[in-house]
Design a protein around this ligand. Structure first.
Ligand code: UDP
Ligand code: MG
Length: 312
């Protein structure tokens, strides 16, 4: 058995025939700075171009290059999860194939890892070329996420990051199907730091993240890490019940004091308001149970230990 490499690069690739060799060369010139062993794990996520042929050729030539060929397109997060499962390095760097995650940033990530950080995120500084909808969307999104979730999911980071094998061991144990990896990594709570960088444009080919896919990823982030949407029923119920009762009291006093006559339907409307409030409340209660079930079926570990002392 060969020894485990020190660094693993994990790169999902969907229709990246033109980028693979470019990325490979960049990583080679990066790794020339180090004496340590390394591997690149490409995950071919059901590409319909020549990605697999390129990978095959490369892997024949260089044993540091490994690939996992998925049977069809499973999506970025699934592909990345597959790669992380098989990465055997001490430090695992996940990155995109399209050179939007410049290998040069990795040098700084490695430095911060050596300083004792178990997670090093690359944080984007510019959104210049992204279209306005993507930019605005991401701004609003992080705002909402910040308010809704209990754990701190860092802003403006994607899946370009370095994670210690300790972190990976936790992630690989999480069997949840709907995966929002950056959230899961943050969830582990290990010591982390950032490297800021300017994100260049995609080298070759088209972005595979359509607005639709991006929206789905964003929803996964909110729904996987927050029970708040389930609690909207509580708020609506409260508003509806209180306003119903308010209106009812108003009508009663109006009748008693001013002797105003109220038609039956007006009484029905306010009573309906009150019952609608009860119904929203019921939804909320059901939501709380669903939330608990969801928490359980996800089977995340109860806690994550970062260090122990004086145990045998
Ligand atoms: N990707 C993938 N499966 C998909 C879509 C994308 O493995 O279904 C890969 C893609 O090859 C790239 C990374 O995920 O390495 C990020 O995709 P992309 O560059 O399209 O996203 P963007 O940078 O525009 O957010
Ligand atoms: Mg990209």
């Amino acid at each position: 058995m060969p020894e485990n490499p020190k660094y693993s690069f994990v790169v999902p690739a969907y229709n990246e025939e033109k980028n693979i060799t470019l990325l490979y060369e960049r990583i080679i010139s990066l790794m020339n700075h180090y004496k340590d062993s390394w591997e690149i794990i490409f995950i071919n996520d059901g590409s319909i171009d020549k990605t697999i042929e390129v990978l095959h050729k490369l892997a024949e030539k260089d044993k540091n290059v490994k690939y996992i060929n998925l049977s069809r397109n499973f999506g970025h997060q699934a592909a990345l999860s597959a790669g992380l499962k098989f990465a055997s390095g001490e430090a695992v760097i996940s990155m995109d194939c399209d050179l939007q995650d410049p290998p040069e940033v990795i040098q700084q990530m490695i430095e911060k890892w050596h300083k004792g950080n178990h997670i090093v995120y690359a944080r984007r500084q510019n959104f210049r070329k992204d279209n306005i909808i993507k930019r605005l969307g991401s701004k609003i999104y992080y705002r909402i996420m910040g308010k809704f979730t209990r754990i701190d999911i860092p802003k403006n980071v994607g899946d370009f990051r370095l994670a210690d094998k300790k972190v990976l061991a936790e992630i690989n144990q999480m069997p949840e199907h709907s995966r929002y990896l950056r959230g899961m990594v943050a969830w582990t709570g290990f010591k982390h730091d950032f490297v800021d960088y300017k994100r260049p444009d995609r080298q070759k080919g088209e972005s595979n993240y359509t607005l639709g896919k991006l929206a789905k990823l964003g929803m996964d982030g909110v729904f996987n890490f927050s029970m708040l949407p389930l609690r909207i029923g509580f708020l609506l119920g409260l508003i509806s019940t209180i306003s119903g009762f308010g209106l009812l009291l108003y009508q009663i006093f109006d009748v008693l004091i001013n002797g105003v006559y109220y038609h039956l339907y007006k009484w029905l409307v306010v009573i309906l308001f009150i019952f609608m409030g009860f119904m929203f409340m019921l939804f909320w209660i059901i939501g709380e149970y669903i939330g608990k079930i969801y928490d359980d079926v996800r089977q995340r570990p109860l806690y994550v230990i970062s260090e122990m002392k004086n145990f045998e």
